[in-house]
Design a protein around this ligand. Structure first.
Ligand SMILES: Cc1ncc(COP(=O)(O)O)c(C=O)c1O
Length: 393
């Protein structure tokens, strides 16, 4: 079975490019050129140099001793939280801004949920001196205020999305609307492994630096490249796609995906897409999504803005349907508790999104000799107010 995208942009039954006619020239231009551009030695050189000197890569692979003792297994954390701007998102925005420049675009738009992708986009636009517009749901603007301030400080315009659940899905709708109106000069930097082909593949390739590093780092520390499990939280699925990428064909490596169950999978307030969703089309691709029987998208809910999305990327739908990935969902309460646990056992305050991955130990028991690599996708600075309110700190 292949876990790579095929020529038509499909992972098994999922993917493709379902787009309005107005966007066809843009998406087609990108589809035709993304591999040619990104495979050029001059592109790779600039990308690698920025990842090293600007982002601070390689991010450490940290053996979490006290967390390992607590859960009686060997836990390594891939420290994407230590990247410049505080999450994995910047790996992708660096890649995409370099593509946009080569396509001659002079205006960037983006959507954001937790604000991390918005900050990472505003950052690379400042770096390159390019105009930046970020769409963000009105609710997310309130719960991720520090990131909104950062985007503004970096010179980006933040436009609130006021429709629907006023979260990530609605921000994405607004960004697509903008792109339709500005098809020539604007590049849309999608922030997850979602959207029409070639976005899921392009984003996955930029994020695959995560698993590329895990391989040599683990070899140095444990004498072998492959862990027993890789674990990541899934919103649209970009940190997960990057964490899994170089292990997809290594059948001895277990792939674990953690979604947000919100107040409980069947509470009506959840974002556990693989369990609640079925096949449909969202934001340009065919994938699993939460919808009513007549195909209206169901409003998702999660305490974490970055996981509050009713779909998952097509690679993940394929991993779910083919059985290659094990999918779990974690409630708000369990994620918050896991975030507090990491803070107090290891001195690392995680993003609430990453706390979902850390809550895997409630659902899955690992063997003492297992090596479990968890993607610590981001740091918790942006979430301090939510942690304070939740734990009455
Ligand atoms: C820290 C962090 N982790 C995870 C996510 C979820 O996104 P993805 O599934 O694309 O990795 C986000 C999204 O904003 C995030 O900020």
């Amino acid at each position: 079975m292949s876990y790579q995208v095929n020529e038509k942009g499909y992972y098994g039954d999922f993917g493709g490019a379902y787009i309005p006619e107005m966007l066809y020239p843009n998406v087609e231009e990108l589809r035709k050129s993304y591999l040619e551009i990104t495979n050029k030695p001059s592109f790779k050189e600039e990308f690698d140099q920025l990842l090293k000197d600007y982002v601070g890569r390689p991010s450490p692979l940290y053996f979490a001793k006290r967390l390992s003792e607590k859960h009686n297994t060997k836990v390594y954390l891939k420290r994407e939280d230590l990247n410049h701007t505080g999450a994995h998102k910047v790996n992708n925005t660096i890649g995409q801004i370099l593509v946009a420049k080569r396509l001659g675009k002079n205006r960037i738009i983006a959507e954001t949920g937790a604000g991390q992708h918005g900050v990472a986009t505003a950052t690379v636009c400042a770096l390159m001196g390019i105009q930046c517009v970020v769409y963000m749901g009105e609710i997310d603007i309130k719960r991720q205020a520090p990131n909104v301030a950062r985007m503004k400080m970096l010179g980006a315009e933040v436009i609130p999305a006021k429709s629907g659940s006023k979260t990530l899905k609605d921000a994405t709708n607004e960004a697509i609307r903008d792109w339709i109106n500005n098809p020539v000069d604007t590049h849309y930097i999608i922030g997850s492994a979602i959207g029409p082909h070639p976005y899921p593949d392009m984003v996955t390739r930029f994020q695959s630096i995560i698993s590329e590093e895990i391989k040599w780092q683990l070899k140095e520390k444990e004498g072998r490249e492959n862990p027993d499990y890789v674990v990541a939280c899934i919103g649209g699925g970009s940190n997960a796609a990057g964490t899994y990428y170089h292990f997809l064909d290594e059948s001895e490596v277990g792939i674990i995906a953690v979604e947000a169950a919100g107040k409980g999978v069947h509470s009506g307030e959840s974002a556990a897409t693989s369990q609640l969703g079925n096949e449909g089309i969202i934001h340009g691709c065919k994938t699993l999504l939460m919808q009513t029987p007549d195909g209206q998208i169901t409003e998702p809910y999660s305490i974490s803005a970055g996981l509050d999305y009713p779909g998952v990327g097509p690679l993940h739908s394929h991993l779910y349907k083919s059985g290659r990935g094990e999918f779990y969902s974690v409630t708000d309460d369990d994620a918050m508790t896991a975030g507090l646990e990491l803070s107090q056992l290891e001195g690392i305050i995680p993003a609430i999104e990453s706390s979902h991955a850390l809550a895997i130990f409630n659902d899955k028991k690992f063997k003492p000799e297992d090596i479990v690599v968890i993607s610590l996708s981001g740091r918790g600075d942006k979430d301090l107010n939510t942690y304070i309110d939740y734990f009455k700190l």
